[in-house]
Design a protein. Structure first.
Length: 766
């Protein structure tokens, strides 16, 4: 026996998409069967692998998640998943899950339990209806993919019926599509514009292509069925309500899905693989030029075909009650029919009490759980009732009263149908409003993703989403259509809530293994159905959303996933922009710091650390302007190292550099921190000092002499350090600039040095 994940089995369902009538019916069948069997269900609505349309391939990210630790059995809706793949490619695809028991719907797979349908019987009946009943000879065919077993079988039926009816096969009348609505657009364009063929009818290999063909034909001015009859295959719900209603082949999609769930449970319980075959039948409606079978069944005076054996003692088809799926409604129908039968058998009463049954019938149809499927059951029930009662009710007056009963009953049916439709539209409108609110909330604060996600929780609950888990990658993952699927190993739970609380108790902000997100924590103590979908924007994978919904409103879920994906993409863009801006900010700071260093280097003397000539001019010009604005006088000193050439010649340039650095240190010790000191040449220095005057020069010179004497006494150098210094003053009211002050100081210094040389020469001559 296969080990179950926890106490309740968990079954996965792979379908090609959610927004498709065929796969929607599959989902309904599996969901209902899972509830009845108390089985957890996870639906994976991807696309057909290698789907070429837009970015549909991104949906297939969810196919990477199933694992034997989270899934006990896996159902594959292979009829649509195989599109765009060769048999070898599809075999490679499904064999990835060989560790999980598999069930296939539609396509037989070796070693896999398969639930199949007999395509031949129903489709042959449909084409013969066109040839025999409507006398059509020019019948076009829109087929499915050539690598799809079901599509090939339906194509072969088309060819076989043409041969049986002695209609020549014309390959120009055939277009091979891919079961999508795109196929019919291309097919009709091919038939009319390129091949220029005429046709009386079109048979499509599924309803989606048939319904799309009707739409395209109408757009091109053709009337269906007046100009062209159209027949489909599947009998999806939208086929019944299209205009005109679609003649089609009914395959038991719902029953097929239920059987697949039962087959999966058999595998979980250790039973061997098995194949199951279900029947198909023609459903005649308006698109071929007929009146629907439901309308035809009204005529009571004709001999009606029925697969139900009439009750010889009574007249009422009580077994119709068992067609109603919901127990509460079924019990009410049984009770009403039983009372009606007793009334008819009672003497002197009979149909006179019809008003009581009308009231009871109205009460039943007001049950909240009534839906369109029940309306159709009641429609057939009334038709059978009328047929049987007309035969057994004597008297013209009683027959008229009986007819009143049925007219009222059918009006009640019509009103019930309108109510159901109105309720559905009300819910639909509420969902649209809910989606708008959610979108507004999602983009209201793109800078705080977690807060925004938690703000939408109440609105998601109001839309019937009982629980939700959103897992996000730290950064968007770019994925191309030909790239192998490769995700980061880790993912973060960004938002979660369960049916009874807004926060999952076990949730934390730590990164978790990406392949472990489908774990037992997703399921509450009761049976649950989850839908997992990727969150992506164009070619970027963002994460996954896993939701439990009270009703599988597929368009709501798809729209919600798209909204969240777009909003998340915006938050990723904002996050990326913030990161880029932060990097740019840091780069600018670094550049500013670098420029400052460059500026300092360009204005600093490398040997002494004092300003160089450029730096001195920039700083002193600025300070001279400031001094004049605050009415401060000052001095500009000019100093020159004595005998630098002699030191270089006698002791080397390195020692000359040491002498220059010694002068710089002495000047720093002599002057204030606010004064501007610079080495503007080889042995020339200058100092710019605000708020000083000429009577302070002697004091500065005295301090310099003391520091020079101190240096000479302690340096141990083989030479005596000395330098000349002079000063010129500037006035707050003056007009001199730095350059003119430097020139004055330079002249003054030159005169001082010349005087020193004459004095030294005079001492030598003496």
């Amino acid at each position: 026996m296969v080990k179950k994940v926890g106490n309740r089995p968990t079954v996965g369902l792979f379908i090609s998409e959610l927004e498709n009538a065929y796969t929607y019916n599959l989902c309904r069948g599996v969901i209902d069967a899972a509830r009845k069997k108390d089985v957890n269900l996870i639906i994976f609505p991807g696309k057909s692998p290698k789907a070429p349309y837009e970015f549909q391939y991104q949906f297939n990210a969810i196919y990477e998640l199933p694992d034997p630790r989270s899934i006990d059995a896996l159902i594959l809706a292979t009829g649509t998943m195989i599109n765009f793949l060769s048999h070898e490619e599809f075999e490679t695809f499904y064999k990835r899950y060989h560790k999980i028991p598999l069930v296939s719907i539609s396509i037989p797979l070796d070693g896999v339990s398969s639930v199949l349908i007999n395509n031949r019987v129903g489709l042959k009946e449909a084409i013969l209806h066109l040839t025999n009943d409507h006398k059509f000879r020019k019948i076009a065919f829109i087929g499915g993919p050539r690598n799809n077993n079901e599509a090939e079988e339906r194509y072969q039926v088309y060819k076989d019926v043409l041969e049986e009816c002695k209609i020549p096969f014309d390959p120009r009348m055939v277009y091979f599509g891919d079961f999508t609505h795109y196929s019919s657009v291309h097919a009709i364009n091919q038939f009319i514009d390129e091949r220029k063929i005429s046709f009386e009818a079109i048979v499509a290999a599924n309803d989606e292509m048939a319904l799309s063909a009707m739409r395209v034909l109408k757009e091109r001015g053709y009337r269906v069925p007046n100009d062209v009859a159209v027949v489909g295959f599947d009998n999806v719900e939208s086929a019944r309500f299209s205009i005109p209603s679609l003649t089609t082949v009914s395959q038991p999609i719902y029953e097929q899905a239920k059987k697949a769930l039962h087959a999966a449970l058999d595998l979980i319980n250790g039973k061997p693989t098995a194949n199951y075959m279900l029947a198909t039948e023609l459903v005649v409606r308006e698109s071929c030029g007929c009146v629907s079978q439901t309308v035809n069944s009204i005529y009571a005076h004709e001999k009606r075909k029925s697969n139900k054996e009439e009750n010889k003692n009574g007249t009422l088809p009580l077994d119709y009650a068992f067609c109603v799926q919901k127990p509460l409604v079924r019990n009410a129908v049984e009770k009403m029919l039983s009372e009606l039968e007793k009334s008819l058998k009672s003497k002197g009463k009979g149909i006179e009490n019809y008003h009581r049954f009308i009231q009871r019938f109205s009460e039943i149809l007001n049950f909240e759980s009534i839906d369109e499927k029940d309306i159709l059951v009641f429609q057939n029930l009334l038709t059978d009732l009328r047929y049987n009662l007309v035969k057994s009710t004597p008297g013209k007056g009683r027959i008229l009263r009986m007819e009143d009963f049925f007219h009222q009953a059918r009006i009640i049916l019509m009103e019930a149908s309108l109510k159901i439709n109105s309720c559905r539209w009300t819910l639909h409108h509420n969902d649209i409003r809910g989606l708008r609110i959610i979108l507004n909330l999602l983009i209201s604060d793109v800078y705080n993703r977690e807060s925004t996600l938690h703000a939408i929780v109440p609105h998601m609950k109001a839309m019937g989403i009982k629980s939700c888990y959103i897992y996000l990658f730290e950064n968007a993952v770019t994925h191309g259509i030909t790239d192998p699927w490769k995700f980061p190993n880790k993912i973060r739970l960004a938002m979660s809530y369960s049916e009874h609380s807004n926060t999952l108790e076990t949730a934390d902000t730590k990164l978790v293994n990406t392949k472990s997100i489908l774990n037992r924590k997703l399921f509450s103590g009761k049976q649950s159905t989850l839908v997992v979908s990727p969150l992506f924007y164009m070619n970027e994978q963002l994460g996954f959303i896993i939701s439990e919904m009270s009703l599988l409103d597929v368009y709501l879920f798809e729209s919600l996933a798209v909204e969240i994906s777009c909003a998340l993409k915006l938050t990723y863009l904002v996050k990326t922009r913030q990161e880029v801006e932060e990097k740019l900010r840091n780069a600018l700071l670094e550049q500013e710091e670098y420029n400052k260093k460059l500026n300092d280097i360009s204005q600093t003397d490398e040997l002494t650390g004092l300003l160089n000539r450029r730096g001195f001019l920039n700083r002193s010009r600025h300070d001279l302007d400031i001094a004049r604005k605050i009415s401060k006088n000052g001095l500009l000193f000019f100093a020159d190292l004595d005998g630098l050439k002699k030191i270089n010649d006698s002791f080397g340039h390195k020692e000359g550099d040491e002498a220059i650095k010694a002068v710089a240190k002495i000047l720093k010790k002599t002057f204030r921190d606010s004064d501007i000191l610079a080495r503007i040449g080889g042995d020339e220095f200058t100092v710019f000092a605000i708020n000083t005057s000429m009577n302070m020069v002697a004091s500065f010179q005295k301090r310099i002499s003391l520091y020079i004497e101190e240096y000479n006494n302690t340096s141990g150098k083989p030479y005596k350090l000395s330098f000349s210094i002079g000063a010129v003053s500037f006035s707050a009211r003056g007009s001199e600039n730095i350059e003119s002050l430097l020139n004055q100081a330079d002249i003054l210094l030159y005169n001082q040095k010349h005087q020193k040389k004459r004095a030294r020469k005079g001492r030598r001559e003496q």
